[in-house]
Design a protein around this ligand. Structure first.
Ligand SMILES: Cc1ncc(COP(=O)(O)O)c(C=O)c1O
Length: 385
């Protein structure tokens, strides 16, 4: 096969391929490509594409994996959050306490359900929601707490659950980045009333497109989410309430089913890569390493460091063809979409400082020690100048 001609003026391909990519899905997918292809082919041949037998198999297996009784497969993680709120009858007049340091969907779905996102700042060491800050933000309107297991690191769930129990609040876990993480031996997603997962391709468990799921031990919640995700109907053309269309399809379920067998191994590889980074970076002054929540076992969806010289370091790494990313450059309370909440710079100082200093380093299953050494060597070189 002839190579595709280069578009005039476009850079040569090699120069755009980083020496150390931020993420390389092919490394984990290549060894199981044949199994993935066979699983997808079986769905094509069976011709059952939506909530069919492969959907059933995957959702049952994922519920078991999460140590829960039920899993509803959905179109994405955003819908999992939105439908959890809807199933718990959360809407106008209600306040939901969550972290300002997360992906936008966490607060977006609260607003989409008609409720008010109320932010509580994060713990400066673990970057998860600070229970002391939650207590300060409670009001008579508070209906639920929505902790985020950010970057795969579990939130301080004992404290969150204790606050919720005392005030009779729901707990919805945003576990979109934390498939397989543990908190005191329990899987994230299984600790609250509902756990919400994204299976976006780059997630620890990722489909070949958008996909998501909600896990719970509460049958009523599972049934309601199942119904809401199918236009509010249990039986065809009998619509009991206004819902949405958010059904996980069997092709994605087939991919996820194959990948679920490898999730623990991939999470272990992520943890090993994080440990290697810690070892090689521990003596470099000028950076701070991430801390795991006490009692937690993180699955490192992302491995981030902080430094006051973040932008210069990112540029330095870029010049050495090392891809580093910023998650998240703006905390949610300062985003234009949520300006109606009336927050200003200074409202949540821990999140704001973190957004200025955080930098995510390359980390994915299959990253080599050589690549990690190359990244750390470049960081060491930067701070020795
Ligand atoms: C913390 C968090 N919450 C929610 C979502 C939304 O998931 P999805 O992209 O599948 O809708 C994501 C995905 O990036 C996420 O990282």
């Amino acid at each position: 096969m002839k190579p595709t001609p280069r578009v005039p003026g476009a850079p040569a391909r090699q120069s755009c391929t980083p020496a150390v990519p931020f993420i390389d899905l092919a490394r984990s997918q290549k060894p199981i490509e044949k199994t993935l292809e066979a699983a997808a082919r079986n769905v094509l041949r069976a011709g059952r594409f939506v909530r069919g037998p492969v959907y059933q198999t995957f959702t049952q297996r994922f519920a078991r994996y999460c140590q829960t009784n039920h899993c509803v497969g959905l179109a994405n993680g955003t819908d999992a959050l939105y439908l959890a709120l809807r199933a718990l009858e959360i809407g106008p007049g209600d306040e939901i306490i969550t972290s300002p340091f997360t992906f936008f969907a966490t607060a977006e779905t609260i607003a989409a359900a008609g409720a008010k996102p109320v932010f509580a700042d994060i713990n400066p060491a673990t970057w998860t929601i600070d229970p002391a800050a939650i207590r300060q933000r409670l009001s008579v309107k508070t209906k639920a707490i929505l902790p985020v297991h950010i970057f795969g690191n579990p939130a301080d769930m004992d404290a969150v659950l204790d606050i919720a129990r005392r005030r009779e609040l729901f707990v919805i876990e945003d576990a979109c980045q934390a498939h397989g993480a543990l908190y005191k031996g329990k899987k994230t997603g299984s600790l609250g009333d509902a756990g919400c997962f994204s299976f976006y391709p780059t997630k620890n468990l990722g489909a070949c497109g958008d996909a998501g799921g909600l896990v719970t031990n509460n049958k009523e919640i599972a049934d309601r989410v199942w119904r809401l995700a199918d236009h509010g109907s249990r039986e065809k053309y009998s619509h009991l309430e206004v819902g949405i269309n958010s059904r996980l399809d069997d092709l994605q379920a087939a991919i996820l089913n194959v990948k679920l067998d490898h999730l623990d191994q991939w999470n272990n590889q992520r943890r090993e890569a994080a440990a290697a980074y810690r070892q090689l970076l521990k003596n470099i002054s000028g950076i701070v390493l991430p801390q795991e929540t006490p009692g937690g076992r993180a699955v490192y969806h992302v491995f981030s460091i902080t430094t006051k010289r973040r932008d210069a370091l990112r540029q330095h790494l870029g010049q050495r063809q090392i891809a580093a990313q910023v998650y998240y450059p703006t905390p949610l309370h300062l985003l234009p979409a949520l300006k109606n909440l009336g927050h200003k710079p200074g409202s949540f100082p821990v999140s704001e400082k973190l957004a200025e200093e955080i930098l995510a380093l390359p980390l994915f299953p299959g990253i080599t020690n050589k690549e990690i050494e190359r990244v750390c060597g470049a960081i060491g070189e930067f701070f020795s100048n």
